[in-house]
Design a protein around this ligand. Structure first.
Ligand code: SF4
Length: 253
């Protein structure tokens, strides 16, 4: 299944610029975006991994992690083989940064699987890698199935307009706040901090159930000044906002 992508603009000839996330990839004809989810085919941007999932599992919601959202419930979970950040410490790099086996799960089939396995709570988590690079698939599914609660486990790296279009369909999110320094985001993730902070603010303002996750990496993002900046940022937004601190495991690649 392939679908025309949303949020891009045409430049001269067949070159185009993807506007889904702050990377703004410039793509000549035939080029693949930095996330490997979007490709320029003859001047049209296509969502080439539409409905292609790296995994499909039934998890406890606490595994997302969401500790304050229907605790004890089960949630169908799946993710794409793509990501728009390139974190040096990625704990999932085999499926986020490299080609991995996928299976096609159409929105209709996904709805059937949710009904079959989560009958007591119709809910689905787009997770494991970066669901925002699956934008059209998630939006199509959400629009067609408003009775299903949509959960995103995400890096929060998306532009404001596509986020605003998606948010009314989202029930809960866990956003990775990877650090509080721009230099960390630039050097370790090849991204920027401010869009993530802005999107966290937008999610809070939209009333989406939100929890944050922070992967503490000794020596890289654990300076006391940075931890205090994170505390202050969260306290200013909502002192009740849950923050999950995850343990880092060194990955030998
Ligand atoms: S979503 Fe992908 S193709 Fe689009 S700007 Fe971001 S990394 Fe590039």
């Amino acid at each position: 299944m392939k679908r025309k992508a949303m949020y891009y603009r045409n430049e001269e000839d067949t070159t185009l610029v993807c506007e889904l996330c702050p990377k703004y990839c410039v793509l000549t004809d035939g080029a693949l975006g930095g996330c490997r989810a979007r490709k320029n085919l003859g001047g049209i941007l296509m969502a080439t991994n539409y409905a292609l999932a790296t995994g499909l599992s039934l998890d406890r919601i606490e595994k997302k992690p969401l500790y304050h959202y229907y605790p004890g419930s089960r949630i169908l979970s799946l993710g794409p083989n793509s990501c728009n950040l390139q974190c040096s410490f990625c704990q999932n790099y085999q499926i986020s940064q490299m080609h991995a086996a996928t299976q096609e799960i159409s929105p209709e089939f996904l709805r059937d699987v949710i009904a079959q396995h989560c009958a007591e709570a119709l809910q689905v988590a787009f997770t494991y890698t970066e669901p925002l690079t699956w934008y059209e698939y998630i939006l199509d599914f959400a629009r067609e199935n408003p009775e299903v609660r949509i959960v995103l486990v995400t890096n929060g790296y998306i532009n404001p307009r596509p986020l605003a279009e998606l948010l009314p369909h989202v029930s809960a999110m866990n956003i990775d706040l990877k650090a509080m320094s721009e230099s960390f985001y630039a050097s370790e993730c090849r991204g920027h901090l401010e869009p993530v902070l802005e999107n966290i603010r937008a999610c809070v303002a939209a009333g989406v159930h939100l929890e944050l996750t922070f992967l503490l990496i000794p020596g890289l993002n654990d300076a006391p000044s940075e931890l205090m900046a994170m505390r202050d940022f969260i306290a200013e937004l909502n002192p009740e906002l849950p923050l999950h601190v995850s343990a880092y495991h060194r990955i030998i690649r």
